[in-house]
Write a protein that binds this ligand. Structure first.
Ligand code: GBH
Length: 457
């Protein structure tokens, strides 16, 4: 019988992002981000919700840190709002905005919680969208690097864990390749597929230049991580044939071959590049070297996966539709595929051939239709089932020796779930948006117990 025990140095954490929790959108010199503008437009976000107030974390960070202490996490991943720190996107640094992050970091450190800072989680300054179309322009990459320098110069004395960009595909392809109902800011439709791929190429450059800027500005040795959400292929059975099929399909599952491949190998996957044909982005000499920076770890956001099996067709594999009635959590895309955690980790080692690269699960979690009982409890048994199965899958990867070092639950608390507004709740803490009262869900207590015992309970 396995007890699902984790190594004693395994990191347990939780994650959030700036726009999803901070609020205080017009305070302390902050100017609008693309998400402020996008969510204020009618029909863009469910129920007309915006992040203007969100969880009011900007004013309540101290009590939120107290909740982290109760949860028992020793690591906290959050993001910095670029438009709070450099309101116009480039140029003048807003020290009042920086002060908020100084106070937050000091509060975490005082409680023995290590900060892991994501420099970009989708909320780019609107000024740069207006000026040059943000990720449509190469200039975005250099402006991002300058912003990294400004932050690391100011926080690098007390923060050593840096994450550059969160989920490149989401703020590029899902923001610029949109038809009638855009779900992601800025919600712009670019003319050609090639232009879409150009936006993600610029984001890759931003990552590379950002890495260089962080290393140059950091006053002490630091760790640099890219947070990616590769689309995970899961072999239908673990026969050698199905495993090979899932590994081959991994190259072209959505944009894997054009994002995670160049970052980790220094080249777009040949299979994906061939499929792209005329849609491939323009790459300048030196770009791939810039993108292919040494990383201290890779962050993986894994929520779901897709089944693949070997077939006698030209490519040798096929993607399978989800069976009618296949279990899903409270999001249209959130199929329950716990094995995706294990296979995501293994694909990095075997498909990307980076078996030595330390990995962090930087996000994993699910939305549920949380409701309070008469006694005021939130009995989110569905979330517990989800997390338990995924953690068991993670444990399998650890037990087989893959270098996965830590896990961050998404999310510490319910928050602004982008175009789904506040209706879809991902938190371990329930948030009442009328009173801003946080209430621990059953999953909060369950995860706290996992951390305390350092195993899946
Ligand atoms: C993460 O994205 C984000 O980092 C985080 O901010 C967010 O709150 C959390 O997950 C929960 O959603 O509609 O079929 O095109 C999750 C990854 C990738 C999931 C894009 C939804 C769109 C599928 N997302 N995907 S579809």
């Amino acid at each position: 019988m396995t007890s699902y025990q984790f190594p004693s140095d395994f990191l347990w954490g939780a994650a959030t992002s700036a726009y999803q929790i901070e609020g205080a959108a017009n305070e302390g010199g902050r100017k609008p981000s693309v998400w402020d503008v996008f969510s204020a437009r009618r029909g863009r976000v469910l129920n007309g919700d915006t992040g203007a107030i969100a969880n009011d974390h900007y004013h309540r960070y101290e009590s939120d840190v107290e909740w982290m202490v109760r949860l028992g996490i020793q690591h906290y991943r959050f993001s910095i709002s670029w438009s709070r720190v450099i309101p116009d996107g480039r140029g003048q640094v807003n020290e009042v905005g920086m002060d908020f992050y100084r106070r937050l970091v000091d509060c975490l450190l005082a409680k023995g919680i290590t900060p892991h800072i994501t420099l970009f989680h989708w909320d780019s300054p609107q000024a740069l969208e207006t000026k040059y179309g943000s990720w449509r322009s190469r200039e975005m990459a250099t402006d991002f690097a300058d912003y990294c320098t400004a932050v690391v110069q100011r926080l690098g004395d007390r923060v050593t864990n840096w994450m550059t960009l969160n989920e490149i595909i989401c703020f590029t392809h899902l923001g610029y390749d949109v038809l009638q109902t855009p779900q992601h800011a800025p919600g712009t439709r670019v003319p050609r597929r090639k232009d879409v791929w150009q936006t993600s190429h610029h984001a890759l450059l931003a990552h590379g230049l950002g890495c260089q800027a962080i290393r140059a500005a950091s006053p002490q040795p630091c760790s640099i991580v890219l947070v990616d959400n590769p689309s995970i292929t899961v072999p239908l059975t673990e026969s050698p044939e199905d495993i090979a099929a899932a590994q081959k399909a991994f190259h072209v599952n959505w944009a894997n071959g054009g994002i995670i491949f160049p970052v980790l190998t220094g080249a777009y996957s040949e299979i994906q590049w061939e499929q792209l044909g005329n849609d491939a982005p323009d790459i300048l000499p030196g770009d791939l070297e810039t993108i292919h920076q040494p990383l201290d770890a890779l962050g993986l956001n894994i929520y779901t996966g897709i089944y693949v099996r070997a077939t006698n067709n030209a490519q040798g594999y096929e993607f399978l539709d989800y069976a009618k009635g296949y279990p899903r959590l409270n999001m249209p895309w959130l199929w329950l595929v716990p094995d995706a955690l294990y296979w995501g980790i293994r694909h990095i080692a075997e498909v990307l051939q980076r078996p030595e690269l330390p990995l962090l699960i930087t996000e994993n979690g699910c939305a549920a239709q949380d409701e309070k009982t008469d006694k005021g409890e939130i009995l989110d048994t569905d979330r517990i089932v989800y997390l338990r199965e995924y953690l068991r899958s993670l444990h399998r990867a650890v037990a087989e020796g893959y270098p996965v070092r830590g896990y961050f639950a998404w999310s510490l608390m319910d928050n602004f779930e982008w175009s789904w507004g506040y209706e879809h709740r991902f938190g371990l803490l329930y948030n009442d948006y009328r009173t801003q009262q946080r209430t621990p869900k059953a999953s909060f207590h369950w995860y706290a117990e996992c951390i305390r015992q350092n195993r899946v309970v």
